[in-house]
Design a protein around this ligand. Structure first.
Ligand SMILES: NC(=O)c1ccc[n+]([C@@H]2O[C@H](COP(=O)([O-])OP(=O)(O)OC[C@H]3O[C@@H](n4cnc5c(N)ncnc54)[C@H](O)[C@@H]3O)[C@@H](O)[C@H]2O)c1
Length: 439
């Protein structure tokens, strides 16, 4: 049934008038350009295409192992949890809730879905579309509420599993409230390292701009810190990044409102960083002008602050420098050829290991960095990026037993089912079996 529903919904989203409707609806509530919103709809549609036909059935593929005697065999099954909950943030109003919702349903659960109330109209419309494509009314509960109300609902209803996507602050609270029955996709302080082999400066500068500033930096995978090998400092990379950032404008939402930090809070954070010895503002650092964005939101130009590597590592600076600013804001630093161990030390101290990029085509350099880090979604190679959560690869943190994933069959099976083993033992008993002596 879910193969058929997915096929119909994927077809609907492939119609230009439907994808345009959802792209514009996303834009009404989440500040991103049309192209970024359309990208979200596209990933959602491709995901649904991936689970047409018998692909949902194959997700629950079981295995059997022969037993010790005739009639005995063990079967390993993917088993649903039953009643489950899904909580998702404001920044991807369609992709995150839809992919997690379908994963929960594919594996046989009964989900209650709560999307951030600022943006939940998008998912409300999508659920109506799913109903039209054959989703039974009673299969999904959809609630619009604030966080506290949802917290109360979870404590009283005690779902067997909750998937939470959002900030680490709420994630840690829910982990306690729900006694650990939770999987998390939480904050990202995502890093990119430019290796010693300098190539394609224009391309790398453009990827840095997209990673740090698309959706005004409000992707959990946004580039938060850039470690440049000294060879890159000798190139026009930083100037090119500044030029690309300067192209962004409010008119087309290539830069726009920040929903969870005010202008004051972001510039205040920047000023604290600028007190660190040797730090400097590379570009940005000013409020956006000529707009009517309410003061409860933030509006700043794409900003980059340089901090010397040695200063980042100091205990009294580290926490400040590695604070996730969910807006168009990044830290840039430089390392000398013998300072890679210091870079790795800085990465090791981080506690949110979501996405990462190692920009190099030197296999030994790649091995060194990948072997000593743990981020769940790590891009490696000249074209490496930190953002990009298409449906065709795993997206999620690593190094945390509570870590969830999104998108792929592995993510769906891990998050939305548990392992159950049934050992069939039908007999027959051996001929002339007798009760043995006590053991
Ligand atoms: N790892 C990922 O895949 C991923 C994806 C997107 C966003 N994020 C993270 O999300 C954060 C930004 O999103 P946000 O500001 O909407 O996050 P948030 O934690 O404030 O809110 C997320 C969701 O939780 C709900 N909520 C808040 N308090 C709650 C409570 N006590 N009980 C139950 N639900 C509660 C909110 O209403 C919302 O629906 C960033 O830190 C970002 O890195 C992570």
């Amino acid at each position: 049934m879910f193969g058929d529903i997915s096929a119909k919904a994927a077809y609907q989203l492939s119609l230009p008038e439907v994808s345009d409707f959802f792209s514009k609806l996303i834009q009404r509530v989440a500040p991103k350009s049309y192209q970024q919103a359309l990208g979200e709809v596209y990933v959602t549609q491709k995901f649904l295409e991936n689970f047409c036909g018998d692909q949902v059935r194959f997700l629950a593929r079981s295995f059997a192992v022969p037993g010790n005697h005739l009639g005995q065999q063990s079967h390993g099954f993917r088993w649903p949890y039953g009643p489950v909950a899904i909580i998702t943030p404001f920044n991807f109003p369609l992709e995150i809730p839809l992919l997690q919702l379908m994963g929960a349903l594919y594996m046989g659960n009964k989900p209650v879905v709560k999307v951030d109330s600022k943006v939940c109209i998008v998912m409300e419309q999508m659920i109506r579309l799913l109903h039209d494509c054959g989703l039974p009314m009673e299969d999904v509960d959809f609630i619009n509420s604030d966080g506290n109300t949802m917290n109360k609902l979870l404590k009283e209803a005690e779902p067997r599993m909750t998937l939470f996507t959002g900030s680490s602050r709420v994630a840690d609270k829910l982990a306690v409230d729900l006694k650990g029955r939770i999987k998390l996709e939480d904050a990202g302080f995502d890093w990119k390292i430019l290796g010693p082999d300098v190539q394609e400066v224009d391309y790398v500068a453009w990827v840095c701009d997209q990673d740090a500033y698309a959706c005004s930096g409000q992707k959990c995978s946004a580039q938060s810190i850039l470690f440049m090998h000294e060879n890159w400092t000798k190139t026009p990379l930083l100037r090119k990044m500044a030029d690309l950032a300067a192209r962004r404008k409010l008119d087309d939402l290539t830069v726009g409102p920040v929903l969870t930090f005010t202008t004051e809070a972001m510039l205040g954070h920047m000023n604290k960083l600028l007190q660190i010895s040797g730090s400097k503002l590379l570009f940005g650092g000013e409020a956006l002008e000529n707009h009517n964005i309410p003061a409860i939101y933030g509006a700043i130009k794409p900003t980059a602050v340089f901090i010397p590597l040695e200063e980042i590592l100091k205990d009294n600076n580290y926490e400040l420098v590695t604070k996730e600013i969910f807006g168009p804001f990044q830290i840039v630093t430089e390392y000398k050829h013998n300072q890679l161990p210091l870079v790795l030390k800085a990465l090791e101290k981080m506690n949110a290991h979501l996405t990462a990029a190692v920009v190099s085509n030197d296999p030994l350099f790649l091995q060194e960095v990948i072997g000593k880090t743990v981020n769940g979604t790590t891009y490696a190679g000249l074209r490496a990026r930190t953002t990009g959560a298409p449906q065709n690869h795993w997206f999620g943190p690593a190094g945390d037993p509570r870590g969830a994933g999104i998108g792929t069959p592995e993510a769906i099976k891990l998050v939305w089912s548990c392992h159950r083993e049934i050992i069939y033992d039908h007999g027959p008993l051996p001929q002339k079996w007798e009760i043995p002596t006590a053991t």
